[in-house]
Design a binder for this molecule. Structure first.
Ligand code: LIP
Length: 271
């Protein structure tokens, strides 16, 4: 059964709630940044902070007060929430770029999206260190602090600034992520690894970068920012879906999207 999409009034309500929730998460993390080294879990290429968990609860509190019967799927309190039917699912990443945040690098953000069935219908990304709020719903413009945004007009990959990321699962027995990185580096003007996928995609949406590629990324990293990028006029493609939550994802301005897709296709085959 295909879920029916909300009307304009409901969409505005959803977007308003996403903006409040994402601000609550981001402001909590920002105001408590002196506690950023309180670590919950440590892995080889990843950490989970007490502030990840607390900031997620701040966002959840806002959403539950307005939509108590909706599902919530959060990176930090992962429940296998249903993702079909008419009941909306809120998708939260309280701190995207956790490692940057831990090190005091001002390149991190909070992300909140709401999906009906498989369709993300509204989303917001808040970047506390820059005081930037990106937002969009499926029938409206993408905005940055209330003003419409647009992608770059760079029309060939070899002049593009491409953003990418290395999965938290990289290991010394698997060269594939590095082979892809090499292909990107050789075929673009420059590659940057900034460490916060949602922020990277918003940077494509507003024209500060031309493309974003990540071979292993999670739904909560791309849900809100992907919608914002599409409403700004960029193109996104889920190149491969590994499971319900993890995928190979690209986003680029519409001039270079297909060229980028052709470049990375051979690297998708072996992921
Ligand atoms: C991180 C991303 C980063 C990506 C990592 C990770 P987290 O999210 O945004 O760009 O390369 O694999 O998923 O864990 O900081 O929310």
């Amino acid at each position: 059964m295909t879920a029916s999409l909300p009307d304009e009034v409901v969409l505005r309500d959803f977007l308003d709630c996403a903006c409040s929730a994402v601000r609550a998460a981001g402001r909590h993390a920002q105001s408590q940044a002196h506690r950023r080294d309180e670590i919950l879990e440590e892995h080889a290429h990843d950490v989970k902070l007490v502030l990840d968990r607390e900031s997620q609860l701040q966002a959840e509190r806002i959403i539950r007060s307005r939509f108590p019967d909706h599902f919530i799927l959060g990176e930090e309190t992962l429940q296998q929430a249903p993702h079909s039917g008419d009941r909306p699912t809120w998708i939260i990443d309280p701190i995207d770029g956790t490692l940057n945040f831990l090190h005091g690098l001002p390149l991190w953000c909070s992300s909140v999206a709401v999906a009906v069935g498989e369709t993300v219908v509204a989303g917001a990304v808040y970047v506390p260190p820059l005081e930037e709020l990106y937002a969009a719903h499926i029938h409206g413009p993408a905005t940055l602090n209330g003003s419409p945004i647009h992608p770059s007009t760079t029309d060939s990959l070899n002049r593009a600034l491409a953003l990418t990321g290395l999965s938290k699962h990289v290991n010394r027995n698997d060269d594939r992520p590095f082979t892809l990185l090499k292909a990107l580096a050789l075929n673009t003007r420059k590659v940057r690894i900034m460490g916060a996928a949602a922020l990277d995609i918003c940077h494509v949406a507003c024209g500060r970068a031309d493309a974003y590629v990540e071979s292993s990324i999670y739904l909560w990293d791309v849900a809100a920012a992907g919608l914002i990028a599409r409403r700004a006029g960029a193109k996104t493609t889920t190149v491969h879906q590994y499971d319900r939550l993890r995928c190979f994802y690209i986003c680029a301005n519409s001039h270079i999207h297909d060229e980028l897709l052709s470049l990375i296709r051979p690297y998708v085959e072996f992921t």
